[in-house]
Design a protein around this ligand. Structure first.
Ligand code: NAG
Ligand code: NAG
Ligand code: NAG
Length: 331
């Protein structure tokens, strides 16, 4: 708050007197971080707050924003199950664009489904731009089964029941059930390609809807770090975290064969810029031991140290845009 107030006063001073003086947003020397929580969680749960504090202990002074769809924690959790992902992304892109600390870009960490949503943000918006993206146990090639719900998780049970009753590929489910929008059924690939309102589109899997901006944007990342959990039983198949998927069973064949990232048409034909990233050494495949989102310190800490909180040395061309006027920040 103190920082914001300081910024506001500084801007006022600049506008009133038209002179260019150094303006500091927060500690601008560390690249800020955006985190998108996973399914069943909310933006400010005890677990999320603890994780953010642990990162601040590693990178003192770092600005961290936790993505939210509703300020109310319970409603935010519900938005992980119910909603239109395309609309949610629009809301989040506006949210990120309005945060002054993020205006020069940021690193991003996505937990579980938050990972593919952040990737979609990069492909569709990327303004402000993402530098490094680290995804933990995400479903980049979708899921072939819906997550099991704990007994007391009512949102989850409700979503599962709707999905089972109505089918994941109905128009209604594709606009209202979040998990349906990244459900990729290897036995019904044609139906998936026809109906998917989110994953098939951001993966550029539908020939009539290929959007080259997605590949151009994703290929601007400095690093794409994909973390798979070795004993993940929540994400089916767990290799989805590495852009793997079951081979299309298509009536015959072995449904349990995994097509790894580098053999996916999405990769070989570079539909989303993934191959470009990989061939220039910017894709890192990591494994963490344990079940889905069992974030042990030996798993997350080296990645947080390496891919977030970088001290940005060259500030000379930082520009502060306000009310249509561009101020050069001087050193
Ligand atoms: C492609 O995606 C970009 C970014 O989301 C969007 O601005 C553009 O309208 C899309 N193009 C088409 C043809 O849909
Ligand atoms: C996909 O859509 C096309 C055109 O609407 C239709 O002809 C085809 O039968 C659909 N395929 C499936 C598997 O739903
Ligand atoms: C499924 O099999 C048919 C017949 O062999 C083939 O023409 C079609 O391309 C296959 N579809 C997919 C999605 O692999």
């Amino acid at each position: 708050m103190a920082n914001l107030l300081f910024l506001w006063i500084s801007l006022l001073a600049l506008t009133s007197f038209g002179i260019s003086t150094p303006v500091r947003l927060t500690d601008p020397s560390r690249r800020p971080l955006v985190i998108w929580h996973g399914l069943g969680d909310s933006y400010a749960s005890a677990g999320m707050l603890e994780f953010m504090q642990l990162i601040k202990d590693i990178h003192p002074g770092i600005f961290i924003h936790s993505v939210w769809l509703n300020e109310d924690l319970e409603q935010d959790q519900k938005a992980g199950f119910f909603g239109d992902v395309t609309e949610q992304l629009e809301v989040v892109s506006e949210q990120l664009a309005e945060i002054p600390e993020l205006q020069y870009g940021f690193d991003a960490i996505g937990f579980s489904q938050g990972g593919q949503f952040l990737r979609a943000y990069i492909e569709r918006y990327n303004a402000p731009p993402v530098n490094n993206l680290v995804t933990f146990g995400s479903q980049h090639m979708g899921v072939s089964d819906l997550p099991l719900c704990s007994r007391w998780d009512l949102f989850c049970q409700l979503a599962r029941r709707y999905a089972a009753r109505g089918g994941v590929y109905t128009e209604w489910a594709q606009h209202n059930l979040v998990q349906a929008q990244y459900y990729r059924d290897p036995a019904q690939l044609d139906l998936y390609l026809n109906s998917s309102r989110f994953l098939a589109l951001v993966n550029n899997e539908v020939p009539e809807h290929i959007n080259s901006t997605y590949a151009d944007n994703l290929a601007t990342l400095s690093n794409l770090v994909l973390v798979l959990f070795s004993a993940d039983k929540t994400v089916v198949p767990k290799e989805s975290a590495w852009f793997g998927s079951y081979a299309s069973s298509n009536g015959t064949g072995d449904e349990k064969t995994i097509v790894p990232m580098r053999l996916q048409p999405l990769y070989t034909e570079d539909w989303i810029g993934l191959r470009t990233l990989d061939e220039t050494g910017r894709v890192t495949l990591e494994t963490c031991e344990g079940e889905h989102m069992q974030l042990k310190e030996e798993c997350w800490k080296p990645l947080v140290e390496r891919y977030t909180g970088e001290v940005v040395k060259d500030e000379s061309d930082y520009r502060l845009v306000s009310d249509g006027t561009v101020f050069q920040i001087q050193n």
